[in-house]
Design a binder for this molecule. Structure first.
Ligand SMILES: Nc1ncnc2c1ncn2[C@@H]1O[C@H](COP(=O)(O)OP(=O)(O)OP(=O)(O)O)[C@@H](O)[C@H]1O
Length: 310
């Protein structure tokens, strides 16, 4: 159920100076903050000092009673802020200055910071689920297998230079030799068999900022959506992806789709795992939904298919 913002909220903007577009957009970010200040919002801008710092700063802000913490960065910064805010009353917002900015796109926000700041002036607060991979919370998705391998090998310098094309390049390089792996998977207690190329566990719908791999995901339904692509070789993945894009989940025997609360993945071969676009580690790992655990600021124009009807 949507809740109105307090009239003059106390806001902390955590600015990641190493996010993809931070250098170019620093002044624009200040201008966006001024739009909020001009409406009486109490806004403070603070840079992050190192990877992981946004988790600590967001947690402290929640303890100090801030109404909103804004992740001014990409999805890595959003993920850190989420990890500081889960289970608190403080809400997450975003000013997209990263490379891909999936959460901002998922909310239907423009990529122009002035327009984002204006959209948030009339936004509402919503309570949503998050996912948990091992001990790490995630907002968007966890990717296991091929997807995790691509993320593990992304070079930060190359990501800065090439943007999203760094992922395209790495995907093409790895796809030639990547083989599906027999793994032990339990989804809400049910065993799933076969050779696994890729598993996406989605709390939300968008993948990579452009496609929907977990197209039926709802952010406040108490479940995670799981899309599994099976097979021997990534070279046939385009066929599988065609099934995903045309939503022929479960009609293509190599593309299976579940809605679940608990997912367990283990096996002889360890699979790389990414969460919200950043490499996390390797299986064995358990994944679970943490229902209604994060307040988020949501513009009025958001895609209604992300929410369950109340
Ligand atoms: N002060 C800092 N110094 C170095 N790295 C930092 C600092 N603050 C944050 N980081 C790290 O920068 C990394 C990249 O940030 P982020 O994901 O926000 O931007 P991006 O990679 O450009 O965007 P996207 O994830 O949308 O592609 C994160 O993993 C984060 O931990």
């Amino acid at each position: 159920m949507a809740v109105l913002l307090p009239p003059e909220p106390r806001v902390l903007i955590l600015f990641n100076p190493f996010a993809g577009q931070a250098y170019n957009l620093k002044q624009t970010l200040e201008n966006a903050a001024n739009i909020w200040r001009s409406k009486g919002w109490d806004v403070e801008v603070r840079p992050t000092k190192a990877p992981g710092d946004a988790i600590l700063q967001a947690r402290l802000a929640a303890e100090q009673g801030y109404d909103i913490v804004v992740a001014a960065g990409g999805d890595g910064t959003v993920n850190e802020v989420v990890n500081g805010l889960v289970g608190t009353r403080t809400a997450l917002a975003v000013l997209p200055i990263g490379t891909v900015n999936i959460w901002a796109r998922e909310l239907g926000l423009p990529m122009d910071l002035h327009r984002v700041a204006n959209a948030f002036l009339t936004a509402q607060l919503e309570l949503i689920d998050v996912g948990k991979a091992g001990e790490r919370f995630f907002l968007l998705m966890a990717g296991i297998g091929f997807d995790g391998a691509v993320t593990a090998q992304i070079n930060p310098g190359e990501k800065k230079r090439l943007g999203i094309f760094a992922y395209v390049k790495q995907t093409l390089q790895l796809a030639w030799n990547y083989q599906g792996v027999r793994s032990f998977i339990r989804i809400d207690g049910k065993r799933v068999r076969g050779r696994i190329l890729l598993i996406i566990i989605g709390n939300s719908q968008l993948y990579g900022g452009i496609v929907k791999l977990t197209a039926h995901a709802i952010v406040n339904d108490g479940f995670l959506d799981v899309c599994i692509i099976k097979g021997h070789s990534m070279l046939v993945a385009p066929l599988r992806l065609l099934s995903v894009f045309t939503r022929r989940y479960n009609r293509d025997p190599k593309v299976v789709y579940y809605r679940a609360q608990q997912i367990e993945i283990k096996g002889k071969k360890l699979l790389p795992v990414q969460v919200d676009g950043d490499y996390l580690g390797k299986t064995p790992m358990n994944f679970q939904v943490v229902p209604e655990s994060l307040w988020v600021l949501v513009p009025k124009t958001v895609d209604k298919s992300l929410w369950k009807n109340e």
